[in-house]
Design a protein around this ligand. Structure first.
Ligand code: UGA
Length: 452
């Protein structure tokens, strides 16, 4: 069946979903209320940094498969499916703010034609879609809500949509679920058919579990530092057990971004409303927060003596490589704490400098990584951008004031750093411990291949 799909919200999820559906020759109408964002998109430009998204959007616009509008009346007259992809930002208490979702629901209820299916892609707390379904049950016709959570990663979003391993469709209306499965399914992906609340829990459960994995390996790294083990070796050895798996066992500064910190808190909050204390989630957050300060302590210990007046070069500001997203980025906490301690902080990021600048008052922003490290007492690696891994560290050695590196992502090769004359500190990595046959740089290669 041929569907015209309206997408509410041209943010991250909406844009990627819209561009991918249009490239699969679906007719897509993006409904975006922000005039500036709309205009940018109409001109074929993407307001976020996401590899491959801009050409995909441009091709879809040129082919006439996708258009951008603010005209809900027209969109609802054409569409047989409305995808909700608006933001659900965290409130101060950690609960998800559903204002934008509720606005879309009200608009759809007022103007949709019979047969329209509502697809919930926004991340909403478990139980939300079932509650909203009550509002859409009424006269003159019901509008089924199918929960279809998104599992894409920033920086690899298009690849993640196209190579999805699962497409979750949750809802009470079987026919509606099958229609959504037909539109959202991709070859090779298993369709998980379930109810709305289970679908929502799959999303929160997945993100929370991955966050737990990260906090777990970070605690292992911390005990490695105390006991003398090497976290790379431990993660490798553990990861070979298929019940555990190597992915998301990269120790370091911990998780940031718009998803893990928000979703872990939101699931804990949601459970709390039912009188359940989700201790593992609380601990995962606590460990993650502490990890940033542990990194700062490592820098303090490494520079030896007072940190006041020391020049610390931060490499990497975005919450992870491949994005300019600064939400919950470790770099901000690290930089601010170092400044509080009286250090002089200079920073660089290949793409996130513009977004980072207002969040880093007092931090000097360098034009290039080499400029950042010039005269530094310590180089602090915060985001593992490939350009830092492939820097000419011999050149860096001659630019810094003191050859000291604290690697918050365990991504530099210890032996190579030592060979270049650096004193190297990782997170739970022991100097002299060799992971036979696998070097740190292998991790980067494996990750780029989606293995590690
Ligand atoms: C995450 C999930 O991976 C996606 O499946 C999900 O769809 C998305 O959230 C979402 O809910 O929208 P994302 O936040 O883009 O995706 O980034 P990840 O690649 O998962 O990384 C999250 C954070 O964990 C980053 O700060 C990263 O540096 C950190 N991380 C990741 C580690 O510290 N160690 C690891 O081993 C892996």
């Amino acid at each position: 069946m041929d569907h015209t799909i309206a997408i509410a919200g041209a943010g991250y999820v909406g844009l990627v979903t819209g561009a991918c559906l249009a490239s699969a020759r679906r007719r897509v109408i993006m409904v975006e209320v922000d005039p500036e964002r709309r205009q940018t998109l109409v001109e074929g430009r993407v307001p976020i940094y996401e590899p491959g998204l801009e050409p995909l959007l441009r091709a879809a616009l040129d082919a006439g498969h996708l258009r951008v509008t603010d005209d809900w009346e027209d969109a609802l007259a054409q569409a047989s499916m409305v995808v909700v992809a608006v933001g659900t930002p965290p409130r101060a208490d950690g609960r998800a703010d559903l204002t934008a979702v509720e606005q879309v629901i009200a608009t759809v209820r007022a103007g949709a034609r019979p047969g329209t299916v509502l697809v919930m892609k926004s991340t909403v707390p478990p139980g939300t879609s079932a509650r909203l379904q009550q509002q859409l049950r009424g006269e003159p016709f019901a509008i089924p809500i199918v929960s279809c959570p998104e599992f894409l990663r920033e920086g690899a979003a298009i690849e993640d949509v196209r190579n999805a391993t699962r497409v979750v469709v949750g809802g009470l209306d079987r026919d509606a679920c099958e229609r959504v499965a037909e539109v959202m399914g991709v070859p090779g992906a298993e369709i998980v058919r379930t109810d709305n609340t289970s679908a929502e829990l799959i999303k929160y459960g997945s993100n929370s579990f991955l966050a737990l994995k990260i906090s777990f390996i970070n605690e292992i790294a911390n005990v490695c530092d105390l006991m003398g083990g090497d976290v790379d070796a431990v993660a490798h050895g553990m990861g070979l057990d298929p019940r555990i798996g190597r992915a998301f066992l990269n120790a370091g500064l911990g998780f940031g971004g718009s998803c893990f910190p928000k979703d872990v808190r939101a699931l804990d909050q949601a459970a709390g409303r039912y009188g359940y204390s989700f201790w593992m989630l609380k601990t995962a957050i606590e460990v993650n927060d502490q990890q940033r300060m542990r990194f700062v302590s490592k820098i303090r210990a490494a520079v030896e003596g007072p940190i006041e007046g020391k020049r610390i070069a931060i490499l990497g500001l975005a919450f992870k490589p491949g994005t300019d997203d600064m939400r919950q980025a470790c770099s901000v906490d690290v930089a601010m704490r170092l400044m509080e301690l009286g250090a002089e902080v200079v920073a660089h990021d290949p793409v996130a400098m513009e977004k980072a600048a207002p969040m880093l008052p007092g931090v000097e922003l360098a034009e290039s990584a080499y400029e950042a490290v010039a005269g530094a007492d310590c180089v602090a690696l915060v985001t593992e951008w490939p350009e830092y891994l492939h820097m000419n560290w011999n050149r860096v050695r001659h630019l810094v004031k003191r050859p000291l590196v604290v690697d918050g992502r365990n991504c530099l090769d210890r032996d190579e750093m030592s060979a270049c004359g650096f004193t190297y500190h990782g997170m739970g990595r022991q100097p002299g411990v060799v992971l036979w046959g696998r070097r740190a740089t292998d991790r980067v290669r494996l990750e780029s291949e989606g293995v590690a």
